[in-house]
Ligand binder design. Structure first.
Ligand SMILES: Nc1ncnc2c1ncn2[C@@H]1O[C@H](COP(=O)(O)OP(=O)(O)O)[C@@H](O)[C@H]1O
Ligand SMILES: [Mg+2]
Length: 276
């Protein structure tokens, strides 16, 4: 048996929260039910029952929960204006949550600044303005390493291994690259801090289906290295196909939650969000 490998490449089938019985009760940490044993701390990263909005404005998020497990891919989908980006910003600390909490690896980080969250192992690629267009590809990666005091050359080489085109274009201003290549720069920049969890807000916006597939393949590769991925996606069907866990948000609240497979098979989700 392979009981000692917590990162088996068997995405999506270990979510006890889907099968657990008895409403609000959480998983009994003393009960060993299979090869993957979760700590008492719950998911690796969770925005738990978040309610809040921008400044003194109205609440945008209403009791919204999103989470991702170690080395898994969680995808957030939903209509425009549903609050997907807001939920990501709340998890990253760019927005005060009025109620609810954010926990990373069992630690409450609700009051930490985004910078402190980066230090704790979170990387974030925002939906827009996620690269410095006038700087070269390599300068963008160097900027990404801003919190590091050690030698980050090796990490730059790892990014070039993951995205070979960036190595070829390392001396070119990032603004001259194609849309898909710019998104690679943005992801690469976030990887420079060697995050444990990578948050991506619509990484495939505006790229062709082929480029989208390539980017998804690279994202799966990152997850296989043990980095958790929390991702907002417009391409809901394709994203749910690679998702261990999926969240459909509507008007700032959880409308549907399940494994990617479950959501793809749910008639209501299909009808309302996947075009039938
Ligand atoms: N910086 C902001 N200040 C105030 N309201 C905002 C801001 N950004 C987004 N909103 C509002 O929050 C709601 C959700 O937006 P957003 O999270 O961007 O949705 P999505 O990413 O799902 O398209 C919208 O009503 C939007 O107008
Ligand atoms: Mg958005």
């Amino acid at each position: 048996m392979s009981g000692d490998n917590p990162y088996q490449d068997d995405h999506g089938n270990h979510d006890a929260s889907v099968t657990r019985q008895g409403g609000e009760s959480s998983i009994d940490p003393t009960r060993v039910s299979g090869p993957v044993v979760e700590g008492a701390g719950g998911p690796f990263l969770i925005g738990d029952r978040m309610t809040g909005g921008y400044g003194k404005g109205p609440d945008i998020l209403h009791d919204c929960t999103i989470a991702v497990e170690k080395g898994e891919i969680a995808v957030i989908v939903g209509p425009n204006g549903a609050g997907k980006s807001t939920a990501m910003k709340a998890v990253f600390g760019m927005l005060d949550v009025r109620t609810g909490s954010v926990r990373l690896d069992g630690r409450d980080i609700t009051r930490l600044t985004p910078q402190d969250r980066v230090r704790m192992g979170m990387g974030f690629v925002p939906q827009t303005h996620n690269i410095f267009t006038s700087m070269t590809v390599e300068e963008n990666l160097e900027m990404g390493a801003f919190i590091r005091e050690d030698d980050y050359r090796g990490t730059i080489e790892q990014v070039y291994d993951l995205f070979p085109i960036l190595g070829e274009k390392r001396r070119q201003p990032a603004g001259e690259l194609s849309g898909g290549q710019r998104q690679q720069v943005a992801v690469g920049r976030a990887l420079m801090t060697q995050p444990k969890v990578l948050m991506l807000d619509e990484p495939t916006a505006g790229v062709s289906p082929i480029v989208m597939d390539e980017l998804f393949d690279r994202i799966i590769e990152v997850a296989r290295r043990g980095i958790s991925i929390l991702m907002v996606e417009q391409n809901a069907r394709q994203a749910l196909e690679i998702a261990d866990k999926g969240y459909v948000l509507v008007q700032g609240a959880n409308a549907h939650t399940g494994t990617g497979k479950e959501l793809l098979a749910d008639p209501q989700v299909r009808r309302s969000f996947l075009g039938g």
